[in-house]
Design a protein around this ligand. Structure first.
Ligand code: ADP
Ligand code: MG
Length: 725
């Protein structure tokens, strides 16, 4: 008997070598294998007779290969195969089908699936059909052993599951069909039900065992369109189950955080006055609303766990400073953490301008400081002299001791996932409890700021543990950014344009994808192009270079020069993506724009359009552009709306990569798809909350405990070391 947790190498027909191939697909256990769902189905229950086909319909045909061959037209090679049933013929064509040579042998039975079309001489044909070779035709008199019978019964006369192949095509859809059948036949009969019955009833969920059976081997009566849409009862059960246990973990986390003793900050008239005093401008309505939400959290005795979402340039920094003032006025310290040193420095400059001038004590603690200086700053922090401490995330990692840490602001851009944040918050808690003096300190409040507009579905999963505030309004006085794409053989025109803008008193960014030119690629590297722009193209202008591998001191120096207007043009890699804020810069030229991700392009563009002057983003492209590349560039030209861009980015890259890799802490899904399964996700979130609300007439404590145990096992397995509950 196979248990769900059994390693797949023990499934008959797999063994250690194939187990390795499957591991590359993320399939390690029997459970993983059983959750390797068909990506579509074919209705071979009623395969069609060729004679009855009509042009325009989608059809499955099972027929015998008669002949096949490659012929070349002036435009491309075309592979043709003729399949037959008795006297009826069906022509199949594959453009550029060279790879199919030697694939078909006369007499083989094949299943074909595709759209039937009328060919030139009235003959029916299928262009580029999906196909599967079923085996030798019986006419050939091949021995019909039990193996073949089994294979045949899995492939014909039913709704057949189609799987993505693995191991470079070695493990075919047919192979998966047989191996999954074997696994199901040997699977232990009792798969415990871990979803409480009331939830099951509300959603009409079928039993787990049934779901696994049906998803791979649907009943003949099953709605074919539901199957194709991943909406058969079996799909709903499996998808909901996956989402439910993720949401249960997040919800539990959220509850635990809320249950801790936090700090009830007081927002009295004095604090209000202090906030007003630091404001260099009138806040937008959105900034006011968001501050209210944050302040309300801070006044509560439970710790704040809030996400502040706002597009680049929406003005998150000042909101963070306002929250900092509340904490400081209450006698607490604030830590502000940025993902990079450059951004930490940027925050430090703003904080000095805005907060230090108002009499608050601000320090910057980064890795690049001299050791002596670091020690001194640490002492200030430990003694409580430093009121706002700005640094990178190393602040938390290195266990800087605070005297009275009250608020942690994490400026995460789009670099973090849910898991890293859990760790971060846990550590913020540890840091906060070290107070040597005064009453026992509560858990500090945490405000996470992100510049990536997150589609609601993703926000629900990734940030399900946080309350969410959205800055959905840009500060006034912005002029829209004009975005154009242009091929890099017209760069002279671009440089002329830059020259005119500089003559008008503005500054320009020129961004490159890499630092040094590598031999294999023809990418213009920042370093080399810097020399060329500086010496040849703009010898009369002041050109600076900024990249990630420079000494921090130098970086800072260059950045300051650009900020003060002592440089006209800043040549840079994507290090400027995060947070650099120079209102006078109104042109951004991005070379090899086709190489950048959509979110990254959007972030980069957010560096301009910050002042009153009209701004221009020039996307230069060179060489061949992929289809996705085209869509990215097209989206950039079409819209500056971060949410629209995020939705498209999610669609193009899929949730897995939207936030970077799995290491970045994104829950990765076996069967769910956040775009398709939006509604089930919301249902899962709702049901998770209802379960954690405690036992009632419908849900017993026993059921809740079982669900929680299952949730922990899953989280442990999927996310490794993360502790939940
Ligand atoms: P982000 O949300 O990307 O961190 P910032 O906080 O850096 O945005 O703000 C972008 C720019 O807008 C900064 O120069 C900031 O001073 C300015 N700004 C923010 N809020 C306002 C406002 N209400 N009115 C005018 N300018 C503002
Ligand atoms: Mg910012």
């Amino acid at each position: 008997m196979l248990e769900p947790a059994t390693s797949i190498q023990y499934v008959k027909g797999i063994g250690p070598r194939l187990a390795e191939v499957l591991a590359a697909k993320g399939i390690h256990t029997v459970d993983d294998l059983l959750h390797y769902l068909p990506f579509r189905y074919e209705d071979r229950l009623n395969p069609r007779g060729i004679a009855e086909l009509r042009a325009g319909e989608m059809a499955t045909v099972i027929a015998e290969v008669r002949n096949s061959g490659l012929f070349r037209t002036r435009r491309m090679p075309i592979f043709q195969m003729t399949a037959g049933q008795g006297r009826a013929r069906l022509k199949c064509l594959w453009f550029h089908g060279t790879y199919l040579q030697d694939k078909f042998k006369p007499g083989q039975m094949v299943a074909l699936y595709g759209k039937v079309e009328a060919g030139r001489n009235g003959e029916l044909e299928i262009i580029q059909p999906q196909f599967e070779i079923l085996g030798e035709s019986n006419e050939e008199g091949s021995a019909d052993g039990p193996e073949q019978k089994l294979a045949a019964s899995l492939e014909i006369g039913r709704i057949v599951p189609i799987y993505e192949s693995a191991g470079n095509g070695r493990l075919t859809s047919r192979w998966f069909r047989r191996i999954i059948r074997t696994a199901l036949d040997n699977l232990t009969p009792d798969l415990p039900e871990t979803i409480p019955s009331a939830v099951r009833r509300r959603l009409g969920l079928i039993a787990p065992r049934q779901a696994l059976e049906d998803v791979h081997w649907p009943d003949p009566g099953e709605s074919f369109s539901d199957l194709q849409a991943f909406r058969a009862p079996a799909h709903i059960r499996l998808i909901f189950e996956e989402l439910f246990f993720i949401e249960l973990g997040l919800e539990l986390k959220r509850r635990e955080q809320k249950a801790q003793t936090g700090i009830a900050f007081r927002l009295d008239d004095r604090a209000r006055e202090a906030i007003k005093k630091i404001l260099p401008f009138h806040p937008t309505a959105a900034q006011k609303r968001v501050l209210k939400e944050i302040a309300a959290d801070m006044e509560k005795p439970s710790p704040m766990r809030r996400l502040l979402q706002g597009d680049v340039g929406s003005g998150k920094t000042i909101v963070a400073f306002e929250a900092a003032v509340i904490a400081i006025e209450n006698g607490y310290q604030v830590a502000l953490m940025a993902p990079t040193e450059i951004l930490a420095q940027q925050h430090y400059f703003s904080a000095r301008r805005i907060l230090e001038n108002a009499g608050y004590r601000v320090v910057l603690l980064t890795g690049s400081l001299e050791d002596d200086r670091k020690r001194e700053i640490r002492r200030h922090i430990a003694q409580g002299n430093a009121q706002l401490v700005i640094g990178t995330h190393a602040l938390i990692e290195q266990r800087v001791e605070f005297a009275r840490l009250g608020l942690v602001v994490v400026d995460e851009q789009h670099r973090f996932g849910v898991l890293q944040r859990f760790k971060l918050m846990k550590k913020s808690g540890d840091a906060g409890s070290k107070g040597p003096v005064g009453p026992a300190l509560g858990e500090p409040d945490v405000l996470v700021m992100t510049a990536t507009p997150i589609p609601r579905t993703l926000a629900l999963t990734l940030y399900g543990d946080l309350d969410i505030s959205v800055l959905d309004e840009m500060p006034p006085g912005r002029t829209p950014i004009v975005t154009r794409r242009i091929s890099d053989d017209r760069c002279d025109e671009v440089w002329d344009f830059v020259r005119k803008q500089v003559a008008a008193g503005h500054q320009t960014y020129v961004v490159y994808p890499v630092i040094e030119e590598s031999e294999e690629t023809e990418l213009k590297a920042a370093m080399k192009m810097y020399k060329e722009l500086d010496k040849k193209v703009f010898p009369d202008l002041r050109v600076g270079l900024l990249h990630g591998r420079m000494e921090p001191d130098l970086k800072e120096q260059v950045m300051r020069m650009f900020q003060k207007g002592d440089l006209d043009i800043l040549v840079s890699t994507t290090v400027i993506e995060v947070g650099v804020d120079v209102a006078n810069a109104n042109v951004m030229v991005i070379e090899h724009a086709e190489r950048f991700g959509l979110a990254q392009l959007h972030q980069l563009r957010g560096r301009i359009g910050r002042g009153a002057a009209k701004s221009y983003c020039v996307l230069m492209t060179g060489g061949k552009i992929s289809e996705d590349g085209e869509r990215r560039l097209d989206a950039m030209v079409r819209t500056t709306d971060g949410f629209q861009i995020a939705e498209l980015d999610l669609e193009l890259r899929g949730p897995g990569e939207f936030f970077g890799t799995r290491q970045a802490g994104l829950p990765s899904f076996q069967v769910a798809n956040l775009i398709r399964d939006r509604e089930l996700l919301e249902a899962a979130k709702r049901e998770a909350a209802s379960v954690l609300a405690g036992p009632n007439a419908e849900i017993s404590q026993e059921e809740i405990n079982r669900a929680l145990r299952q949730m922990r096992t899953r989280w442990q397995r999927t996310y490794g070391l993360v502790e939940v509950g």
